[in-house]
Design a protein. Structure first.
Length: 510
């Protein structure tokens, strides 16, 4: 792996949750693997009054809770923590940024060499513009004397198409598109990247990967947790904005994209953009017919009393925000015309699982099928994104004995079979890629806007029709019953996955 060029990583919002739970553990993992530059500094910036030593003390307590047990090496932790620095400043006050300049000069050291910078905005999105303006005011936005500057921002990238365009416009006023790294952490997941590798490094799948052989595609991202302490944010968001507009449409794009001509960020992101541009727009009646919204209600699940969404902190008593959404979409292009893509996500479902299922068309002539149900059996390729990461192929085999009875069997690969190979955390991969200037796994501004262009009419319709159906589903179940009927075809239904890749069809999470 390439070791990145020397740089300083400045994290705005360093006293927040993301820094201690994801960013610093990912950086430590890179340090552990000797993938950080030899001299390295992380500068935390936040409103909380701390200095280098109090920030280090804090992180010394926090970090061990978020890293793997086998990495608890006292000396390494100590030397890593020594690389952390902190300044407190009011991010909304431009003149306060002089403190940042002063600190950067100190960190650049005696050599007074111009350093490369990454600015990571781990802040609420409302501060993105303020911070970029202030950085630009001090000239920290542009590449200088062979030194580069990059900026990382986290989703949400806007609230709808209009605000996404505004955000892009503001960012592009001060930074070039190739300096902006928009994180969709799903793209950092090893198994999401493996969608491309499965498709484009094997000769056997690609010839079948089209409307002639694929009956439909199913993408599920289920979570067993509720909204936790994020009720305030979630009320304004809902499942469609929170999961579908970004993570799940990205997965759909990787499944549906054309093979890029070369493996580089522009070629790959051009192809995913084309998928977004091909989503068939939904009109009013499509929205009514092709989308199911749900909200979890209180229930007793595995002996535990579970709150309904409306009882969660920060949530209105009459909230109509969806915590579940299932949607049928079409991709209007040569490869996928007429093939439905079913996407569903929800909070407080029975288990945490994300996977995509490619359902192949059944054989044209049923030689060995003796009942109607068997007739509709299809071959499925299941791409398990998390947990029990792996691939599963379902197909028919002869049951030993007389006659020609067919039974569905599994051919499976689990990442865990690779023994000592660890599936890295998304942030680790994404931080390293940004340090190395590889934007392949980051969302480009035009793709963000295109995804909103598809989602916007749905949000508009829901907003202007306050009576649109919102199904209740008891916490701990697979969501509204109505979602069952969304999948067309007799005997066809969603796959009900379990924690273990190969178990399905039963509620086996005990
Ligand atoms: C985030 C959403 O983007 O992704 C959360 O805001 C969701 O609501 C999370 O829980 C899921 O990510 P992961 O990596 O835990 O599957």
């Amino acid at each position: 792996m390439i070791k990145p060029a020397e740089h300083i990583l400045v994290i705005f919002g360093a006293s927040g949750d993301l820094t201690k739970r994801k960013l610093l553990p990912a950086l430590f993992e890179l340090y552990y693997q000797k993938l950080l530059p030899d001299t390295y500094s992380v500068l935390g910036v936040g409103r909380t009054t701390l200095d280098d030593s109090s920030f280090r003390e804090r992180m010394h307590e926090e970090l061990p809770q978020h890293i793997a047990k086998e990495q608890h090496n006292r000396n390494l932790l100590k030397s890593f923590i020594h690389k952390l620095h902190y300044i407190s400043l009011n991010t909304s006050v431009v003149k306060d940024y002089q403190k940042l300049i002063d600190k950067l000069i100190i960190l650049c050291g005696d050599s007074n060499q111009t350093k490369n910078y990454i600015f990571y905005l781990a802040t609420p999105p409302s501060l993105y513009t303020t911070i970029t303006e202030a950085l630009a005011y001090y000239g920290l936005n542009s590449n200088r004397n062979n030194a580069w500057t990059r900026i990382i921002i986290e989703k949400p990238f806007g609230y709808d198409l209009k605000s996404a365009k505004e955000l892009n416009g503001k960012l592009l006023r001060y930074f070039n598109e190739d300096q902006i790294y928009r994180i969709d952490h799903f793209l950092g997941k090893e198994t999401v990247q493996n969608v491309m590798v499965t498709r484009f490094s094997n000769g056997i799948f690609e010839p079948l990967w089209n409307r002639n052989y694929v009956h439909h595609v199913e993408i599920t991202s289920a979570e067993s947790i509720g909204v936790e302490n994020r009720g305030g944010y979630y009320e304004r968001s809902g499942a469609l904005r929170d999961m579908v507009q970004n993570h799940l449409l990205q997965i759909a794009a990787l499944i549906a994209m054309e093979p890029p001509s070369v493996n580089n960020p522009t070629a790959i992101r051009n192809e995913t953009l084309k998928v977004f541009q091909s989503f068939k727009p939904l009109n009013r009646s499509d929205i009514e017919d092709q989308i199911i919204r749900g909200q979890y209600t209180s229930s007793t699940f595995r002996g535990n009393k579970m709150k309904g969404y409306r009882d969660e902190k920060g949530v209105g008593l009459e909230s109509r925000t969806e915590t579940y959404v299932a949607i049928k979409i079409y991709i209007d292009n040569w490869r996928w015309g007429g093939v439905p893509f079913y996407i569903r996500t929800g909070k407080r479902l029975p288990t945490r699982v994300t996977e995509a299922v490619i359902h192949f068309k059944p054989t044209p002539h049923k030689l060995f099928c003796f009942d109607e149900m068997q007739m509709n059996r299809d071959n499925q390729l299941i791409i398990r994104i998390q947990p029990d990461e792996g691939l599963l192929l379902k197909f028919g085999m002869k049951v030993p004995g007389t006659g020609f009875r067919v039974q569905e069997v599994n051919m499976d690969f689990h990442y865990s079979d690779l023994g000592d190979v660890k599936v890295p955390e998304a942030y680790q991969r994404l931080l390293l890629d940004c340090m190395n200037g590889d934007a392949t796994l980051f969302t480009r501004g035009d793709a963000v806007e295109e995804a909103w262009r598809f989602i916007d009419p749905i949000l508009e319709y829901w907003k202007s029709n306050s009576k649109n159906i919102l199904h209740g589903y008891p916490a701990g179940t697979w969501g509204p019953k109505a979602a069952e009927e969304l999948i067309e075809g007799k005997y066809l239904t969603w796959r009900y996955p379990c924690k273990n890749l190969t178990n399905d069809g039963i509620f086996c999470e005990l």
